[in-house]
Every structure is written in C-alpha cells, then in structure tokens.
Design a protein around this ligand. Structure first.
Ligand code: MLT
Length: 326
C-alpha cells in the first residue's frame, strides 16, 4: 500500500500545473484570441481565417475579441495580463511586438518577457494606395507633389507603431517628403476613409487591399514586396520604381501569456500544422497576396527568436529614420 501511495504522490508532484488539463481534455471551452485592431483590417482578417482553420482542428470555438487603440498596445497589454491558462491568446504583429518598446517609453508589457510564442502566421507585404479619384498615378507623382507641398499629403494609418504608420514613416523619410499622418483604430476604418476621399493615401496589407483594388475603389501605386505580385498586375515594387531596397512585410504570430503550459502551446501548434496541410487554405492565403513561409519558420521557437531579433532591428530602424509617436 505504501509503495502505491508513494508513486501517486510522486506523480502529483512531477505533473506541473495545467499539464494534466492540457494533455487530457484541453481545450474544454472556447478560446479567445485578442486582435488589437478594429474589425475589418488585415490583422483581423488574417486572424479570423487562421482561427477558423485551427478551430476545426481543435474541434473547439475560437472567439476573436477586437481590443483596438494605441497601435495595438492596449490589446497587447490586456493579453499580457491574462491568466496563462490556455484560454486567452494575443494575435501579435511587427508593430506592438517589435516596434512598440522603442516608440512607447512606458509600455506596460515586454514582448519577450511577458509572452510565450505559440506559432507564426504567414507574412503580408503592403501596398501604397490612393483613392480611385486621386490625381496620383505613380509613386513618383505622389513624391513630386509631396516635395512641392510639404505636409499637405495626409496618410491614414492604424495608430502609432502600426505597420501602416511605420511603413509610411520609412517611405516619407527615404523619399524626402513630409506628410500629415492621421491615426485610426485599425486599417479597416483607415481604408474606408481613403475610399471616401477623406485622406490622400495609405499603406495597407495585401490581403485587405486586394479586393478594393480589384473593385476599383482604390488605386495601387507600389508594393513593399521585393518583386511584383501577380495579384497586383502592372504594379511595381517601390524598391524598383522609387526607393532602391525599400522592402517591408507585416509579420504576425500567436502568443500566450508567459507561463502558459508547454502542452497547451504544443496542442495549438500541432492543430495549426494540421491546418497548414490543407492546400485549399494555404492557396486561399496565397491568392490574397499573403506570403507563405518555410514550415520551420512557423514553430514556437522560431517565432520567439524572430520576436527578439525584430525588437532589436526596429529599435535601430526607428532611431535612424527618426520615427516618433507622431
Ligand atoms: C497595421 O499594422 O497597420 C495593422 O495591420 C492594421 C490592422 O490590421 O488593422
């Protein structure tokens, strides 16, 4: 009897909290993914598409909770403070998981210290867009007007530190023009005002820019990808037509609050790997101008390393380009 009791108590001590839940019955209830931008933007669209496929693999509901504001840092703060129980995650991205620590001095979280990486999403390049009625028909037209009229061009963005803000800041700094940035709670509302003629231009990710470009609601002047994309026929890379080497993509990933059981992270990553075996799903993303990555790049450890490296890189980029909270 004593031997049996000793074995059970040893097992109880060796099983870390949450591992049993993760191994046997997780997820028992709906999971929440926090998206720190307004609904209808590229991050929201990417998150919903991936959540839909992962949900099928888990046979469990994944709820998308939009928590917009301050370039995504409000939602990221909410996620960092959530219980590490496997039921709340952050859809992170280049802005609030790499640029924000440099842009927001009193950030309430640390992207590396306060989160465990779960898996990386594919990347999205961006498209320089103007309204359909805009007089600008090329990147050079826009730059020429900007040089002759400092501050007159207004660019919408999804908040300080969003990709739309960062890329516009890099573009204007390297093109030698001054613009007026106008911040929204996400690229969705920012794009609506571009289509409505309230702003002159914006950088939007390919997955949400494509339908509006095809529909003639906006005009694409240039791509931030290394090369042209078949989804945007006749549109050259900005690096080829105006600013040599100009190339940025938004990267994304799913993150858990630090201390989430490793078994939970493995369960989610395995479900994502199975979802990526569905060629219909991956083809649908490619057709939206989303750039699929090598399989190993999606892994938790790869995302953790990428997050650390990007934080260091964007600190330098922001310093050199003089990007600020404006
Ligand atoms: C951005 O970085 O601009 C975001 O992707 C905007 C969004 O997803 O709403």
């Amino acid at each position: 009897m004593k031997k049996w009791l000793a074995a059970v108590s040893a097992a109880l001590i060796l099983t870390p909290p949450g591992a049993a839940m993760a191994r046997d019955s997780y997820p028992e209830r709906a999971i929440t993914w926090i998206v720190p931008f307004a609904a209808g933007g590229p991050t929201d669209a990417m998150a919903r598409n991936i959540a839909n496929e992962v949900s099928k693999q888990l046979d469990q509901t994944i709820l998308i909770e939009n928590v917009p504001g301050a370039g995504g840092t409000i939602g990221a703060t909410r996620a960092a403070r959530a219980a590490p129980d496997g039921y709340t995650f952050l859809v992170g991205h280049i802005g609030y998981m790499a640029a924000a620590p440099t842009l927001y001095p009193r950030l309430a979280y640390d992207p590396v210290r306060d989160f465990d990486a779960v898996f990386r999403f594919p990347d999205t390049p961006l498209v320089l867009l103007v309204g359909a009625q805009s007089p600008y028909r090329s990147v050079q037209d826009l730059i020429a007007y900007g040089k002759a009229n400092p501050g007159k061009l207004n660019f919408s963005n999804a908040g300080v530190g969003s990709t739309s803000h960062l890329v516009a800041s890099l573009f204007t700094s390297q093109a030698g023009i001054e613009i007026t940035p106008i911040a929204y709670k996400g690229a969705g509302p920012a794009l609506n005002d571009l289509m409505g003629g309230q702003v002159d231009a914006m950088f939007d990710q390919t997955n949400t820019a494509l339908p509006q470009t095809r529909g003639g609601k906006v005009r694409a002047l240039g791509l931030t990808s290394a090369a042209p994309m078949p989804q945007f026929p006749g549109v050259a890379a900005i690096g080829a037509q105006a600013i040599p080497g100009f190339q940025v993509s938004t990267w994304y990933g799913l993150y858990a609050p630090k201390g989430t059981p490793a078994a939970v992270i493995q369960t989610l990553y395995s479900a994502y790997q199975r979802a990526l075996q569905n060629t219909g799903f991956t083809r649908q993303m490619s057709d939206q101008g989303i750039l699929l990555l090598a399989a190993d790049d999606y892994a938790p450890q790869a995302l953790q390393r990428h997050t650390e490296a990007e934080g260091k890189r964007w600190a330098q980029v922001i310093e050199q380009a003089g990007i600020s909270l404006q």
